[in-house]
Design a protein around this ligand. Sequence first.
Ligand code: DX5
Ligand code: ZN
Length: 229
Amino acid sequence: MSFDRSIKIAPSILSADFANFGQEIQAIESQGADWVHIDVMDGHFVPNLTFGPMAVKAFRPHVKTVMDVHLMIAPVDPYIDAYADAGADVLTAHIEAGPHIHRTLQAIRAAGMKAGVALNPGTPAEAVAHLLDLTDLICVMTVNPGFGGQKFIDMTSKIRSLRSMIGDRPVHIEIDGGVDPSTAPLVAEAGADVLVAGSAVFKGGSVNDPDVYGANIRNIRDAANGVWA
Ligand code: DX5
Ligand code: ZN
């Protein structure tokens, strides 16, 4: 995984057909997805439950790009090795998930993965000030985590603060929640480079009609890059 700040679209398979993950992953990648975003929820840290390390391991052979695993679970540390074994490229933990995020980020890197830290909408940018050299990605939640299809919460001032705190460090800023062609330009202009999108990528398409995924991905990317049709 090389580092750059170009816009990357990371479809969240939370909005895919849950009976058909393998083909859904192949469809979004063939239609231009840069990363594949996998939302792991535990029914405890967030009020919804998705999949665990065995399912993520089964997704791995289908992901040819970057497998970006977003943990919405607490605790995190007992499961880090399981997600390394499952083949995660990026493993992101929430800062709100426990008292020892510093140790968690070190453990994620020690297990051979890129380490991400996610911030809920109520958590300020300053919370990561002492973690910048331990992290490869900061995920700014623009919804309260737990569900796809929610309304975008404007976090542009937080994104700007993070962008300036990061400086020249090779740290991605990822945006998660309510990203579509109308919100993508706001977050890109503020300094984000990885845009997660669930409903806005999968809407209207299917594995039998994957061109729709391609058009949806292109529309988000073009909007983020300031290309107006
Ligand atoms: C929310 C998840 C998101 C979600 C985004 O808890 O972390 O990744 O799938 O979905 P949309 O793009 O529909 O808001
Ligand atoms: Zn997510």
